[in-house]
Structures are given as structure tokens and as C-alpha cells.
Design a protein around this ligand. Sequence first.
Ligand code: HEM
Length: 408
Amino acid sequence: MAQPSIFDQILDPANRANPYPLYAELRETPVTRQPDGTYVISTYDEIVALLHDPRVSSDPRCHPELADAPPALEAGLPGLPLTFINLDPPEHDRLRELAMRPFGPPCTPGRVEGMRTWLAEVANELIDDFAGKNRVDLVDDFAYPLPVTAICRLLGVPREDERRFHHWADAIVANLDPTTGTFAERQHRRARVEVELGEYLNGLVEAHARRPGDDLISGMLTDTGPHAPMSRADLVSTAVLLLVAGHETTVNLIANGMLTLLRHPEVLSRLRDEPDLAIPLVEELLRYEPPVQMRTNRSTLADIPIGGTTIPKGSPLALMLAAGDRDPARFPDPDRFDPDRAGNAHLGFGSGIHYCYGAPLARVEAQVALPLLVRRLQNPRLVADPPPYRPNAELRGPRHLLVDFDTV
Ligand code: HEM
């Protein structure tokens, strides 16, 4: 019988809780061809080289598999054009710059630092709700609501609409799961949700156009800098991108973070006493248990010799960021969780022109959330180890993270 594809192996329940031995096997051959023609790249240097290579495209229209069936979302859903995560230069750079500038720019550490105070308020309110309980699900009761609130506030979504955002983000991420149908089927289902969300966001944009506020959408609408303004369609599309890219990823960082801390009680008690440890600790989490395990939206525009082989022009790529982050050639003792690790140039936020736009925000969310949880939950204990995982090969995190504690 043919060897199952690497994606099937990653999704196999036996590997779900710990895919890292599989990645170690993969690294023995830095570039491998899967039965469906996808080239899987698993070593740090080769991943970084391809992330920086202009002969590698993120545009789904360059993907041969999609030539006859253009993806509903990226390439032509009514009203929703491609976003910069799926565009190459120069369009990528223009749209990314327009999304960056309004806050001068929005997701720089300076702007995001100002969000620390209210993020801590939101996190504390969520923990206040644990009062009277001895068991919570840190995914549903904490990690999930925090990033939705952060993105809603970034975009200027009214508080009463935040729940609807939560629903849309969940539905979109479920459809990213490669086990739930062919690429075209998943894109079609995803498109339905995006239409609803697109309609809502169109209304929000109109409301902000009438009365601009101190939020990203208003900033993009009133921008008068070079290449401005962003078109309404691009603006709505960008808002959807921020929700999709910034939600589940951050949920997973917080949930993977608490799981890792509960498995390393010595680090947990250090964090309780030294909240500043959160800064290097979050970086190490992004390396050790990265929410984004791989990127599969790339294809080659030319033959590319790399890692002892030549990837032919027109090949889809799977860049295994999480395997690169455990590459012993780059990180000494890579399977050790070590918040004091020096030179931690992890791939948790990618690298190159598509490096995560929201990295400063994601960092602050985790740096606020994790110390608060370890300070306020008395004697926290995992109920199930490993916890159940979401069946998604690309984004990895627990579906639930039940934790018992004495009191808050
Ligand atoms: C890009 C990870 C949070 C918005 C990326 C990429 C990674 C990543 C790996 C590179 C994608 C590629 O090369 O194709 C993460 C992780 C997060 C996080 C692990 C949380 C822990 C956020 C947040 C936002 C966001 C909070 C928005 C507020 C974006 C956008 C891009 C991106 C817009 C595309 C950038 C571009 O194409 O130029 N992210 N992200 N992300 N991320 Fe994040």
C-alpha cells in the first residue's frame, strides 16, 4: 500500500499530540515530493531561503491545481478581492503598506503597547468569571474570546457584535482544515461565511465613513498618504484577513502556552514571580509549539534547485515552519523548552515579505494573558494530558484545555 501523505500522517490521532518525531524524520530529507506533487520543505535554512525567494509565489492564481477552479475566496468572490497574504509584489507591498500606515503604523510595538491596559482588563474580566468554579476550559472560557475582542477593537467593531465575529472566525478556520474536503469544496464553503461577514463589514465601513473613530478601518478610510486610499473592496477584504489571520493563531498561542507551562511547573512558578519572563517565554513558545505549523499557499514560478533536488516550476509547496523550528542545525537541543534560549530566530511568525503583520499584537496578547493566568489560578492542574486537538494540520492547538484549580 502507498505510504500515506505527510498531511494524513500529521492528522493521524496518534501523531496529533506530538507531531515532532514525524518532523524529525522529515528533516532527514530536507525536500520531499508528496504523492499529490506537493514539495515538503522541512529544514530551517531551506524554508527561510524559499520564504525569501522571489521565484516563490503566494498567489493562488499561480497554483496549477487552481487553474480550472479559481478559489472562491481568494480569486473573485463578489466584493472580496485577494488580500496581501495571497499576493506577490508589487500589489502585496502596496496593500500591506496601506494597512500598516493608518495607526502610524497600527501593529508596531508603540501602538500596541497602548493596548496592554485594556487587554489586561479584558483578560482579568474573563478570569473573574471563573469565580466559584474549580474547573474551566481555558480554550473556550479564556483563549478564544480574548483575540476576537482584540481584533474587534482594532477594527472598531461595536461590542454587541463581537459574538457574531466569534462565530464567523470559527467557521472560516474549520474550513481551512485539509481533511474536510477538496480545496475547491472547502473554499466554496468558506466563501459562504465570508459573504455574511463581508456584508457586515461593508455596513461597518459605511458607518465609519460617516463617523470616523480611532480605529484601523477609520484610519484606512481617511488615509491621504501615497497610494491611498484603499478601495472599499480591499478594505473589507483586509478586515476579513485580519480576523482570520489573527484569531485562531492567537487562541492557539495562549492555549499551547498554558499547556506547555503546566507541563513545565518550574517555568510556571518562575513566571508567577517574574512577569517579565513572559517576553522571552512567548518567543520560545512560538518556536517550541508554533500555532502555525506550516504554510501551503506557495508555488514555484521557476525550477528551483534546493536541498539536493530541483523543485520544478509550477509545484505547490508546504513549508514546514514547525519542523524548521526544531531543526538541530539551527537550535541547539531543539526539543528542550528553554525560555532563556539565546538567538531565538524562530519561524513562528514566518519570515520575508509576508512576515506576520500582527506579530506585535499577538505578542502583547500572550505576554499579558499568560502571567495573569498563572498568577490568579491557584494550584492549576491539567485534567487531560494530552488534550484533544483540532483536526487541522496547518494551525495546531487544543480543542479544549480543561484545567482544575483550587481558587482564583
Ligand atoms: C502572516 C503567524 C497573529 C495578521 C503570518 C505568517 C505567520 C503568522 C506564520 C506568515 C504567513 C506566510 O508567510 O504566508 C501568526 C501567529 C499569530 C499571528 C503565530 C499569533 C500567535 C496575527 C494577528 C494578526 C495577524 C493578531 C492581525 C491583527 C497577519 C497578516 C499576515 C500574517 C495580515 C500576512 C502578512 C503578509 O502577507 O504580508 N502570521 N500570526 N497575525 N499575519 Fe499573523
